[in-house]
Design a protein around this ligand. Structure first.
Ligand SMILES: O=C(O)C(=O)C[C@H](O)[C@H](O)COP(=O)(O)O
Length: 210
């Protein structure tokens, strides 16, 4: 997917559902639930059970959604993820070889970074956007706001501690979008298989951001 298309999807949808599932069946239900709640950007972390298989499955089951992956650690995983159909790639860290490999395949890559030096390093290497992770540990929305003066031209996706309540503050602070996992998929609801409650959380998030 071309980077420009990815950026316009972020601007439109403003939130990414991050799914880390220990069983492929649960991962599939989690994705269906947030999609029925109206979310269209879905990340299946590469350390989910049978992640590649789940990504291919969701690409055909949810054609209106953009399905990507995250928690990629190296170039080999990144190539496997692209081969499975991943449409965007998150990493927890900045790895120039991974950024280059993603660029060669025209798949947007979003490295995780925290300090201004890390963020600018990722950007200068060719990142599509930068994931500011774990954002809550460094001051949350206030931190994103502080970065806007010097780094306002870099699209930032704060992740790690974003909640249904504070998500909008990150957008108001200048983020292009946010990533949420724990808040969208509380362990209790996933264990109980309460997909309707998960769909309603997604719906609530979209309303807040709208
Ligand atoms: O590795 C990735 O691809 C990530 O995005 C890192 C984490 O899974 C998120 O930061 C989740 O954070 P919570 O929303 O606080 O649960």
């Amino acid at each position: 997917m071309l980077n420009q298309i990815w950026l316009s999807q972020l601007q439109k949808h403003r939130a990414i559902a991050v799914i880390r599932a220990s069983k492929i069946e649960a991962g599939q239900q989690m994705a269906m639930a947030v999609a029925s709640g109206g979310m269209q950007l879905i990340e299946i972390t590469w350390n989910s059970s049978r992640a590649g298989e789940l990504i291919s499955q969701l690409r055909s089951e949810l054609p209106a959604c953009t399905i990507g992956t995250g928690t990629l650690f190296n170039v080999q995983q990144l190539q496997e993820a692209i081969a499975s159909g991943a449409q965007f790639l998150f990493t927890p860290h900045v790895d120039p070889a991974m950024i280059q490999a993603a660029q060669e395949k025209d798949v947007p890559i979003i490295p995780g970074a925290l300090t201004p030096t890390e963020i600018v390093t990722a950007w200068n290497q060719g990142a599509s956007c930068v994931k500011v992770f774990p954002v809550q540990a460094v001051g949350g929305a206030e931190y994103i706001k502080s970065l806007q003066g010097p780094l306002g031209q870099i699209p930032l996706i704060p992740t790690g501690g974003v909640t249904l309540e504070n998500a909008k503050e990150f957008l108001q602070a200048g983020a292009i979008a946010v990533g949420l996992s724990g808040e969208l998929f509380p362990t209790k609801l996933v264990t109980e298989g309460n997909w309707e409650a998960i769909a309603s959380g997604a719906r609530k998030l979209i309303q807040q951001l709208g």
